[in-house]
Ligand binder design. Structure first.
Ligand SMILES: [Zn+2]
Ligand SMILES: [Zn+2]
Length: 98
């Protein structure tokens, strides 16, 4: 059993109407409509996942407004200052949680 991250419904994987890979996790949906909503703003729904801020090592939720793409990976930051430090020199932080 898995939870549809959009409507919160519990569904059987075999009954899922759609599925989507996001941030290394496969998400399942009860309907195409939930799936479409997820695709519009996946970070908003995939909230039970947290990432480590590679600059200060704080746990940040994926709905954090501060994030950056680097080498195909999305990094999340607790604040603008951490994001700024990362952008200045991503190679210094990019492998922190590899
Ligand atoms: Zn649903
Ligand atoms: Zn930080």
């Amino acid at each position: 059993m898995v939870n549809d991250p959009v409507c919160g419904m519990t569904i059987e994987v075999s009954n899922a109407a759609a599925q989507e890979r996001y941030q290394g996790t496969t998400w399942y949906f009860c309907s195409d409509s939930c799936h479409s909503k997820f695709l519009v703003d996946p970070a908003r729904y995939a909230q039970h996942e947290t990432m480590t801020d590679p600059v200060c090592y704080m746990e940040v939720s994926l709905d954090s407004g501060y994030h950056a793409e680097y080498e195909g990976k999305t990094y999340y930051f607790c604040c603008e200052s951490c994001l700024g430090k990362f952008m200045k020199d991503p190679t210094q932080y990019g492998r922190a949680d590899a």
